[in-house]
Design a protein around this ligand. Structure first.
Ligand code: 6PG
Length: 247
């Protein structure tokens, strides 16, 4: 399968975010020749916000917004207007600035009761995203990684979130105890394209252990991201890839 994404190290966070934005544009341009809709799941945290800013400022009309449906990989259980809310940030930085139909945006309702929302959001995903073996197949899942090696809202010590056949689940941040709703590992690994955008020196240790297959790496949820049929790629910057040699 031709892919528009590949693991690479760019000099700065800006260049990594910009390169991913450009590859995303080329990928969607190609895919919409064959597909009526594409289903993309976005991560939260701060790293993707730079890419959102670049798309809104540099490429606001370059993506086929009418054919793109956006979901979230995870959400913090806070209201949309809370600065911690992933959907709220993506809307403020990107979606409020481009011509995307409202019905194409499928946020997790972080302010609702988490148990009820997990059921509702699983239904929302099943109502839109095509499935194989009862598991949704996102066309593209964008992931980040925490300094502790967590990804989505799957933290070290939560292996069950890669074993469960549930579509999404409640999770909890081990330090802040903040409740989260997250796609599960099986759904993430079922995607056609899985892309990590990871920048900055605080991530270098875990990136090294994961990319160099060092012992403890298997303890990190980010290392458990292994596409079932799809393709995995990492967009890194020089700082996060300090001890990585892609050759
Ligand atoms: C979230 C994310 C999470 C994020 C990492 C990295 O909601 O927090 O989905 O998995 O990708 O925590 O966060 P930063 O990009 O802020 O370093």
């Amino acid at each position: 399968m031709k892919t528009y994404f590949k693991t690479q190290i760019l000099a700065t966070p800006y260049e990594a975010a910009n390169k991913l934005a450009m590859d995303l544009i080329r990928y969607t341009e190609h895919m919409i020749q064959y597909r009526e809709r594409l289903y993309i799941a976005l991560s939260g945290g701060t790293t993707p916000q730079l890419m959102f800013e670049i798309i809104a400022k540099e490429y606001p009309t370059a993506l086929p917004w009418k054919q793109l449906h956006f979901f979230w990989v995870d959400e913090r259980c806070v209201l949309a207007d809370d600065p911690e809310n992933n959907y709220g940030n993506a809307h403020r930085i990107l979606f409020s600035k481009v011509a995307i139909p409202t019905e194409n945006i499928h946020p997790i309702h972080g302010g609702e009761d988490p148990l009820t929302e997990v059921v509702r959001y699983s239904g929302e995903i099943l109502a839109h995203v095509p499935c194989t073996k009862n598991l949704p197949v996102f066309d593209l899942v964008l992931l980040g990684m925490g300094n502790d090696g967590h990804t989505a809202s799957i933290f070290p010590g939560q292996p069950g979130l890669f074993e469960t056949t549930a579509i999404c689940s409640i999770s909890q941040h081990p330090q802040t105890c903040q409740k989260r709703i997250t796609l599960t590992g099986k759904v993430i690994n079922n995607a056609a394209e899985i892309i990590f955008l990871v920048t900055g020196k605080t991530k270098a240790e875990k990136v090294k252990e994961i990319m160099n297959e060092e012992n403890d790496a298997s303890l990190y949820p980010a290392k458990q991201v292994k596409p079932t049929n799809g393709i995995l790629s990492w967009y890194l910057d020089n700082e996060s890839a300090t001890n990585v040699d892609l050759k």
